[in-house]
Design a protein around this ligand. Structure first.
Ligand code: ZN
Length: 143
């Protein structure tokens, strides 16, 4: 179960699809068609010798998993915070401040000028304390 890792990867701006169903012929085909690498902790697949690259982040802590993956695939330089929706993996887009009036808390609206929105789930993102805290957490974990 790498759902938390998928969200962390998205938060860093990486295209990370997540299948609750896990690995089966259909999801493996999706990975292949999209030329993705499979990340799984399902050790049943350790003997998998199919056409899709597969990697096993061997740790229980999602932050450590993230560190393992970023290191393995040399991704540290490609982190882009606030570029992808954590929930649905879509790239988020800048939106006019006026467009989010009433859709974010007052104090957020008053204190920020730059907002982003997911085109799929319409979730609104902004550079705030939450993002700052996550960045700090990540930087500590990635050390
Ligand atoms: Zn979304």
């Amino acid at each position: 179960m790498l759902g938390k890792l998928a969200k962390l990867l998205r938060m860093c701006g990486f295209d990370a699809e997540y299948y609750k169903a896990g690995l089966n012929p259909e999801t493996i085909k999706n990975f292949k068609d999209a030329e993705r690498t499979i990340l799984t902790r399902n050790l049943k697949f350790q003997k998998y010798r199919g056409p899709v690259p597969i990697f096993f982040p061997d740790n229980d802590d999602p932050l450590i998993q993230l560190k393992i993956v970023l290191t393995k695939f040399h991704l540290h330089d490609q982190i882009r915070f606030l570029s992808r929706c954590m929930e649905c993996n879509e790239e988020i887009r800048p939106v006019e401040k006026e467009a989010v009036r009433g859709k974010v808390p007052f104090y957020v609206f008053d204190n920020h000028d730059t907002f982003f929105q997911c085109p799929k789930c319409e979730r609104i993102y902004w550079e705030g304390t939450h993002v700052e805290k996550m960045k700090e957490k990540l930087q500590r974990a990635l050390g």
